[in-house]
Design a protein around this ligand. Structure first.
Ligand code: AGP
Length: 610
């Protein structure tokens, strides 16, 4: 949902800002722009479309200067075009602002500024900011920004520069992420850590309601009210190469291929002597182990994270035997669930910045619930508001379509179920040990699925021209069907629907014909026979079946058109290897269709607005 960056130092800012924007492009890619201070004033370059268009412009018309701001946009207010692209400026083109978020009261501010003679050029909410700052400016940029922020409602991460104070960069956040990078004789602010990694790994995560006032060689963090904040920086251990494609054509396939490793990282140090250990939950241990203190669980998430939650529901109910519900964060935040202090809320989020999940976390906390998060991005907003976080440690995920973060979320949910089952003695110790044995085989089993990538590519080629798909699954692999369908939709623009196979005869069966391939997850499990019957039902009606099945399954051969055969896995860990096969299928279909896999239309990686 837009990426912002600001730089002040000794290097040519355009290079640093463009490098950062390249790593933020996953947040939005419908237009981009830079504003630099070059000693004579503010110079700006913008382009409609992908970042490459801005690169081309800058090659023809370079910008110079060592202080500046940059932006890559995902449109909320105003269509994607050059006029609406950031940075936005004041009437005299002296103040430049980049913004991620939404200014809710922009209409009334705009009206009053227009009344005072300010001229607006875009349809964006953001443009009110430079004009408001201009109207409040009395020789101190920091104070003018501070006063402007006190008048606006909504969410923002902003970075501001002004030709009147060419050695100053002011930034602030409320509701949208912002990190400060401390380099050698240079400072940066950005929406996300990968944008800073080329310059520094020393990072300060800013909190909501905080501002930074940066000069050449000096930086202060203050609250919007002006209270000075002391905050230790942290050293992030992400490597710049993790944010590169490393020879793969797309980030998505690189991230799919990384899953044996990412899964090992997720589990590292968490299985000891046949038991699951979550050091992070030690502070909550007393509550978690007592059925009277926690008697209900609610899982929250959006999109793929929600699907992970749905699988978590089956696992948690099985192992801790308390009622478990799963809610989409966007619905939960406006609902009135009867949350009590005995409720454990588990928020699942790759980015830790999804606006609806963050708001839901606050909603649950207000009502006294214990809230933990399962998150990939260290120090992200959600992790700072919850009682404890279980990091997925999947490494940076750049492709918009979530892959390795999802399988790591499933791994954490599996381990958490065993951990809680162990604490509460609701799951027999020998069963835990047996299941951990199955879990440990996953990296090797995933390698075997990945080795089938070229077969899946061929298969995808045979189906890439269809324009609708049905995905069917049961039990823990019903959410796998939802997730497989979501992957196909978001990167291939093919309508795909995930559905519980047992429900098919109540309506969806009417859709079956030879123009809609049906992807059936029919791996060996406690519901195999039931799925087998569903396969027969589809087959009897002339449906084309692609089966995701278990190696050696010859029974289904007469019913299906095509199959992807997976190593035999215990049903509770099977969604992890099923996911890998479905990710590969969606990826190859999108590539066959010639689509932009990493940056699908209309989407953005982190949805930091409602
Ligand atoms: C996944 O492929 C999607 N791009 C999307 O559904 C995503 O999972 C969702 O927006 C939630 O994001 P989060 O995990 O960062 O909260």
């Amino acid at each position: 949902m837009c990426g912002i960056i600001g730089y002040i130092g000794k290097q040519e800012a355009a290079e640093v800002l463009m490098e950062g924007l390249r790593r933020l492009e996953y947040r939005g890619y419908d237009s981009s722009g830079l504003a630099l201070l070059n000693g004579q004033g503010l110079t700006i370059q913008k382009a409609h479309g992908k970042l490459q268009r801005l690169v081309d412009r800058l090659q023809k018309d370079p910008l110079f200067g060592t202080v500046g701001v940059g932006h890559t946009r995902w449109a909320t207010h105003g269509i994607p075009n050059e006029m609406n692209a950031h940075p936005h400026t004041d009437c005299k083109t002296e103040i430049a602002v980049v913004h991620n978020g939404i200014i809710e009261n922009f209409r009334e501010i705009k009206k009053s500024l227009e009344g005072a003679g300010h001229q607006f050029h875009s349809e964006t909410d953001t443009e009110v900011l430079p004009h408001l700052i201009e109207s409040l400016y009395k020789g101190n940029l920091f104070q003018a920004v501070q006063q402007a922020l006190q008048r606006i409602h909504g969410s923002y991460a902003i970075a501001v520069v002004s030709a009147k104070e060419p050695n100053r960069l002011v930034a602030a956040r409320k509701g949208s992420p912002l990190v400060l990078g401390l380099g050698k004789n240079e400072f940066l602010v950005a929406s996300d850590v990968p944008a800073l990694l080329k310059q520094t790994r020393e990072i300060v995560y800013l909190e909501d309601g905080e501002m930074v006032d940066i000069g050449v060689g000096s930086v202060r963090i203050l609250t919007i009210e002006g209270k000075l904040i002391q905050r230790e920086s942290i050293q992030v251990d992400w490597d710049i190469s993790q944010a590169e494609k490393e020879g793969y054509p797309h980030f998505m396939i690189k991230e799919i291929m990384e899953q044996p490793r990412s899964l090992k990282q997720t589990a590292a140090g968490r299985i000891q002597q046949g038991k699951v250990m979550f050091q992070e939950l030690e502070v909550l241990r007393a509550g978690l182990s007592d059925p009277k203190k926690i008697n209900r669980v609610i899982l929250l998430g959006c999109g793929t994270a929600y699907h992970a939650g749905l699988i978590g529901e089956y696992l948690l109910e099985k192992f801790i035997q308390v009622p478990v519900e799963v809610e989409m964060s966007s619905e939960f935040r406006y609902s009135s669930p009867a949350i009590t202090p005995e409720t454990l809320v588990i928020a699942v989020s790759q980015s830790g910045e999804t606006a609806d999940t963050l708001a839901s976390v606050r909603h649950a906390k207000k009502q006294g619930a214990t809230v933990i998060s399962i998150c990939n991005v260290v120090g992200s907003s959600i992790t700072r508001e919850v009682d404890a976080t279980l990091y997925t440690h999947a490494g940076p995920e750049i492709a918009v379509a979530s892959t390795k973060a999802y399988t790591s979320q499933l791994a954490v949910l599996f381990l958490l179920s065993l951990y809680l089952g162990g604490l509460r003695k609701t799951a027999p110790a020998d069963e835990n040990e047996r299941l951990l044995g199955h879990f440990k085989q996953l990296p090797e089993q995933i390698e075997k699925v990945l080795a089938q990538s070229s077969n899946i590519q061929e298969l995808a080629g045979r189906y890439a021209q269809f324009d609708r798909f049905l995905y069917l699954g049961r039990h823990v692999n019903y959410p796998s069907a939802l997730e497989g369908a979501l992957k196909l939709k978001e990167i291939s623009y093919i309508h795909a629907e995930g559905y519980p196979a047992g429900e098919m005869k109540h309506g969806h069966i009417a859709l079956i014909d030879d123009k809609m391939p049906v992807l059936c997850i029919v791996t060996k499990s406690s519901v195999y026979e039931k799925m087998f019957s569903n396969l027969q039902e589809v087959h009897a009606r002339g449906g084309k079946i692609i089966a995701i099945a278990t190696q050696g399954d010859s029974e289904i051969r007469g019913l299906i058109q095509d199959g992807v055969y997976l190593p035999e896995a215990h049903e509770f860990v099977s969604p992890i290897i099923v996911a890998v096969a479905l990710q590969l299928f969606a990826y190859h279909v999108a590539v066959h269709r010639g689509l932009d896999v990493d940056q699908p239309r209309n989407l953005a990686k982190s949805v930091t607005v409602e």
